[in-house]
Design a protein around this ligand. Structure first.
Ligand code: MRU
Length: 358
């Protein structure tokens, strides 16, 4: 599988996902505003990949601060500069909580290095600390997805036909994927599964990215448009649904790509298991329910135009939410890198999962 991102020579290279599947090219980011712009334009997308890219963006910003904004900062000044850059990066996209999760983790690591800094501290050591933390976030996501996949595949019967939406694969993460991680693991276990990928209007992550990944892996995949999912379920052509998540509230409400909720409604009507696969970095336990999850609304252009061609009449009013909310009670189980969680979802259950007592 192609790499979602790569760090080389003090530069972050991001696979330009807006050009997939036909062109494989990397955008080189020299400073943090390049990373912010890349996140906003969906050059890099998918909650965990956005988090990892932002972490690298912060490390990059603090490397490039060398000699530009200040020459010989104190450790405290360095920390405050990092806070400013993190703040600027944090509103690149509002819905995926992995963005603020990764930036907060970076700042916490830096703070502890600053608080424990010896008098002789070289500021370059702090730069190295930040870069090491970004690399750790990336690596842990990759390993976590493999764990999540192994756990999740136990829920997938041999020969299962699986419906997924958007792209929650290697491209949306540091590698392997969440929903597609489960698919990959089930295929690797010899279960002879097959996948239906809904195209995911308006930006076609399903049509462009999910099919690309699965074809590369030689996992059978059939592309459908979003409007076909209900009929697919009614015709009993699918056994279960697995999707990713951008943010999960304590009660299990899930924000994910627009169209997820429609599929969850269909799955409930047709008694199909509806699974969400996400690392615990996608949990937002500050929110009791999904109603307070900020839902990104994107440019009307994405709806009025199809692959760059205008398809709607001039002047038409457009609503373009990029995500929707699926209530926790519609979700059969949430598959995480720490374990599988079943309803009822609540804060205590999540806390036991994330901080198991020794
Ligand atoms: O707008 P996108 O492409 O960033 O939306 C991505 C999704 O909704 C994914 O399902 C979600 O981020 C999970 S990725 C493992």
């Amino acid at each position: 599988m192609v790499e979602t991102m790569r760090w080389e020579d003090e530069t972050l290279f991001l696979l330009d996902q807006t050009k997939l599947p036909h062109v494989i090219t990397y955008l080189s980011c020299q400073d943090y505003p390049d990373v912010k712009k890349a996140i906003q334009k969906l050059v890099v997308r998918g909650a965990p990949a956005i988090g990892a890219a932002a972490a690298y963006g912060l490390a990059l910003g603090m490397l490039k601060s060398r000699g530009v904004k200040f020459n010989a900062p104190t450790a405290q000044e360095f920390y405050h500069q990092a806070q400013t850059i993190a703040w600027e990066l944090s509103d690149a996209r509002p819905t995926a909580v992995n963005l603020s999760w990764a930036l907060n983790r970076m700042l916490a690591t830096l703070k502890s290095a600053v608080d424990n800094a010896p008098a002789s501290l070289n500021i370059n050591d702090l730069r190295s600390t930040l870069l090491a933390e970004a690399k750790a976030i990336y690596q842990e996501d990759l390993e976590g997805n493999k764990r999540l996949g192994r756990l999740g595949q136990t829920l997938v019967p041999a020969g299962a036909k699986i419906l997924t939406h958007c792209n929650a694969g290697a491209l949306a993460t540091a590698g392997y994927g969440t929903a597609l991680g489960v698919v990959r693991a089930a295929a690797a276990a010899g279960k002879k599964i097959s996948v239906f990928a809904s195209e995911t209007r308006p930006l076609l992550q399903g049509a462009r990215l999910t099919t690309f990944e699965l074809l590369q892996e030689e996992i059978p995949v059939t592309l459908i448009t979003d409007g076909m999912t209900g009929f697919l379920m009614a015709r009993k052509m699918v056994d279960l649904v697995i999707v990713g998540a951008d943010r999960i509230a304590a009660n299990g409400d899930v924000a994910n790509k627009i169209g997820t909720y429609n599929i969850a409604l269909g799955a409930r009507e047709h008694n199909l298991p509806f699974y969400v696969a996400a690392p615990v970095s996608t949990l937002d336990l500050n929110l009791n329910n999904g109603q307070d999850i900020p839902i990104e609304e994107r440019d009307p252009y994405e709806v009025t135009h199809f692959v760059g061609k205008k398809v709607a009449p001039c002047g038409v009013k457009v609503w373009n939410p990029a995500f929707d909310l699926t209530p926790g009670q519609y979700i059969t189980a949430i598959i995480t890198d720490r374990g599988i969680v079943h309803p009822p979802y609540n804060k205590e259950k999540w806390q036991r999962l994330t901080n198991p007592s020794p």
